[in-house]
Ligand binder design. Structure first.
Ligand SMILES: C[S@@+](CC[C@H](N)C(=O)[O-])C[C@H]1O[C@@H](n2cnc3c(N)ncnc32)[C@H](O)[C@@H]1O
Length: 792
């Protein structure tokens, strides 16, 4: 791409750099005239659309080779590698051509099922057997393995039926004998199991769903354009919006770890696309949703059915059925990219997403490709005209490349001319502004300490548990795109599978706009960094209340300590002061913008916030807002040398914590750095909270849980000043604190767990346990432990 960009003639580059939405068709048309006669461009398109080039297609030799390796590992007891080799073999094994190829796939599924069974992954084992049986329902080995796996789960009746079918399908005498002896073992186990077979409680497959009756209305403001507001008062934690995406794409770094359709983490028995070797799916249902019915559509061998009684025939049909997919008007997003063409794997995610949007809208309109009509998403906002010249050129070229690639897909004769390319340029600009990043929450337990200091911890999760956000996909939601951004949001977005859920995090009165955070929030970054991020990433100047009104957090987040150690005043850098003065400029009634007096008197400001700020900081109103001077006593601090000192401390602290060998000496060093940091930075500076948090982790690593707990609490106390008390960030920190408290058998764990549950429920409502199943475990552990020892 870089090379192609550099080869575009200067005059054309200039024309593109100056283009606005109105003259896009002519700049696109000129670029197209150039590219379509330009050999390097043609070569690039050929490479992107030729399955032979990228080897994304199937490869039987490769599959057989991996199968052999898998067999060798299995025989030597190396199950982890056997699993990898069989999975790799499945990825490249041809699935839809000859019977021999289908047999290979069925064998691979059964071999993998055997490995999964050995690894104790019995549910996964049964699913792989089912996949083999869908290809060949008289595959005796698959029924046999299924029977053994069902018996391991205590499902004896199913196991006996499986073995019954296996015996009928098995042709060899030796094989039949083996099945019979297995049947005896299972019958014996069934007899011994006095209680009825324990069924696994799979209640999480039915996701709880709350109705949401809130009617949202579209409102328009000069500052933010269209936005959404409620027509009624909405209580905190209400689900106000759910929506399925118009189109989705997995992010490149998650291609090997997450399902390409539902974006959930892949299980050990992941399934490949039937026609190419790029996507992985968590189930055949997702494979069909993404690739269409052509996937997994095998002619079934019914030959054994006629020898079986009716009940077993019915049983076979049930076992080989794929769970119903709710397809309605779902579009198979991957179908047009399949058959091993390399462009979907090579082009940037947002370009492939644009391709999906285009194809979806073409299919929704019955396949008509006369002109591009994006229907419900054509009104989404964009900032094409404000983009830098480099981005405009890139968008032009990518749009041309995408339309040429789509031309090579079966059934898509989309027009290639100045108008259609300009529409794709706008579409990609819309995706940049409106697409949402689909995230998954990950609960991380650090087990090392349990191994090292097993006797210290009564709780198996280990002393520190963390919640991390993983970015997995990018999606376009037609209505969800109307939610504007606020650095002090009143709603929270999360995803179940691909479905967007929006919930209020505070009481919202009727008519009040519902706004979520596109990334930065008050308390997390200071105002200038938030504004810069939003300008760079989304091309708009934030006009939210967090960025237009003074708030306590923005004043202290990066502030320094007064040089007088007993003074609690704050000292600000010039960049923060400029940003705060900028806020004041937008307040019409303030005459003397430099004075704290007028700031405190200003009616338009959120007086509560400022009063609280003034109280907390004890701002003395007689001093001017000047960089380096304490706002309370007026003492001067040399910020340049203080910055260097603080950065050195943070580096030293980080180095001692990062060093693999945390010892008491490194901890002493870290504690003295923290002391210097506390005397240099303001008590509520975010970097102190981070340092406290790091120290807590370091103390955990050496098993000193008491100081770990104190530092964790100190970090939370600062975060409570920067955010509000019930912010989700506090919830994440409470997960760490409560896990340390549980390990310490500190009765404070119960309160911490109750509090974090309250916070999580406000952000995730009834979906809390679905998104964080480990939290339930934490709560149960806390309750049972303290009930048992009566320590509450
Ligand atoms: C996803 S769209 C939201 C809907 C949009 N307001 C519209 O009219 O279609 C994002 C765009 O809305 C505007 N916007 C959202 N939040 C804003 C804010 N806090 N300040 C200024 N503009 C904002 C920006 O133009 C941004 O690029």
């Amino acid at each position: 791409m870089e090379k192609l960009k550099s080869l575009v003639p200067e005059t054309l580059k200039q024309m593109i750099a100056e283009s606005t939405t109105d003259d896009l068709p002519s700049s696109c048309s000129s670029l197209l005239d150039f590219l379509l006669h330009f050999e390097p461009f043609q070569r690039m398109v050929n490479d992107l659309t030729d399955p032979e080039v990228a080897l994304c297609g199937k490869n039987k030799e490769g599959a057989l080779e991996s199968k052999q390796k898998g067999n060798r590992c299995f025989l030597s007891g190396d199950y982890a590698n056997a699993l990898n080799f069989y999975t790799q073999a499945l990825r490249v094994a041809p699935m839809d051509a000859y019977e021999q190829d289908r047999k290979l796939v069925a064998t691979l599924y059964v071999n993998r099922a055997s490995v999964l069974h050995k690894m104790g992954l019995v549910g996964e084992c049964v699913r792989d057997c089912n996949r083999a049986l869908r290809i060949s329902s008289n595959y005796a080995k698959a029924w046999f393995r299924r029977g053994k796996a069902n018996a391991s789960m205590g499902k004896y009746e199913d196991a006996i039926r499986d073995l019954d079918v296996a015996k009928t399908a098995e042709s060899s005498v030796g094989g039949k004998k083996q099945i019979e002896s297995e049947m005896k073992i299972v019958l014996d186990q069934q007899y011994k199991a006095a209680s009825p077979s324990t069924r696994h409680n799979q209640n999480n497959s039915n996701m709880l769903d709350e109705p949401h009756q809130m009617k949202l209305q579209c409102v328009t403001t000069p500052e933010k354009g269209k936005g959404l507001a409620s027509t009624v008062d909405i209580p905190q934690a209400s689900l106000v919006h759910t929506e399925d995406p118009f189109a989705t794409i997995i992010l490149k770094h998650c291609r090997e770890t997450h399902c390409h359709y539902c974006l959930n983490e892949l299980p050990a028995d992941k399934v490949p696309c039937t026609s190419c070797s790029i996507p992985w799916y968590c189930s055949q249902k997702c494979c069909i949703e993404a690739g269409g019915e052509m996937c997994c559509d095998y002619p079934n061998n019914q030959s054994i059915h006629k020898y079986l009684p009716d009940n077993l025939q019915k049983y076979i049909v049930e076992a080989t059925l794929i769970a119903d997919s709710e397809r309605d008007d779902q579009i198979s997003e991957h179908k047009h990219e399949c058959k091993g063409v390399p462009w979907p794997a090579v082009l940037p995610s947002e370009i492939v997403l644009a391709g999906r949007v285009l194809v979806n809208s073409i299919i929704k309109r019955g396949g008509s490709t006369d002109s591009i009509n994006l229907g419900e998403i054509s009104d989404l906002s964009h900032h094409y005209s404000k983009m830098p010249p480099e981005s405009k050129l890139e968008l032009h070229i990518f749009s041309a490349v995408l339309s040429c690639c789509l031309q090579h897909c079966n059934g898509f004769e989309i027009p290639i001319n100045g108008i259609s390319i300009s529409q794709i340029v706008i579409l990609i600009s819309q995706i940049r502004v409106n697409s949402m990043t689909v995230v998954r929450m990950k609960f991380i337990d650090q087990h090392e300490l349990v191994d090292q200091f097993g006797n210290l911890s009564s709780w198996e999760g280990g002393p520190t548990s963390n919640v991390e956000q993983v970015r997995v996909g990018q999606a376009i939601y037609a209505s969800g795109s109307l939610f504007n951004h606020s650095c002090r949001p009143n709603i929270h977005a999360y995803f179940l599978s691909r479905t967007l859920h929006i919930r209020t995090t505070e009481y919202v009165s009727a008519g009040c706009p519902l706004e979520l955070s596109y990334g930065p929030q008050v308390g997390q970054w200071d105002c200038k960094d938030r504004i810069k991020f939003l300008e760079d990433e989304y091309s708009f100047r934030c006009q939210c209340t967090g960025c237009s009104k003074m708030n306590f957090s923005d004043l202290v987040l990066n502030a320094f300590h007064c040089v007088k150690l007993n003074c609690s005043g704050i000292v600000l850098e010039s960049s923060v002061i400029n940003c705060e003065k900028e806020k004041l400029k937008h307040l019409p009634n303030i005459i003397n913008t430099d004075s704290i007096v007028s700031l405190l008197q200003a009616e338009e400001l959120n007086i509560d916030d400022i009063n609280k700020a003034a109280n907390d900081m004890q701002i003395n109103s007689f001093y001017q807002l000047n960089p380096g001077y304490c706002l309370k006593c007026g003492s001067y601090r040399d910020l340049e040398s203080s910055s260097v000192a603080a950065n050195n401390c943070i580096r030293r602290l980080q180095n001692s914590i990062d060093s693999k060998n945390v010892s008491s000496t490194t901890l002493l060093g870290a504690l003295s750095s923290l002391g210097v940091l506390r005397s240099t930075l303001h008590a509520y500076n975010r970097r102190i909270a981070e340092a406290e948090d790091n120290l807590a982790q370091a103390f955990c690593l050496v098993g000193e849980l008491q100081p770990a707990m104190e530092h964790c609490k100190a970090s939370i106390e600062i975060l409570e000043k920067l955010y509000n008390l019930n912010h989700i960030v506090i919830g994440y920190e409470l997960v760490k604190l409560s896990s340390i408290q549980l390990s310490l058998r500190d009765s404070g764990a119960v309160d911490s767990i109750d509090r974090l549950y309250q916070i999580f429920s406000c952000y995730y409502g009834s979906h809390t346990d679905v998104i964080f199943p480990d939290l339930q475990f934490l709560r149960k552990e806390g309750k049972t432990y303290f009930a048992k020892y009566q320590l509450t």
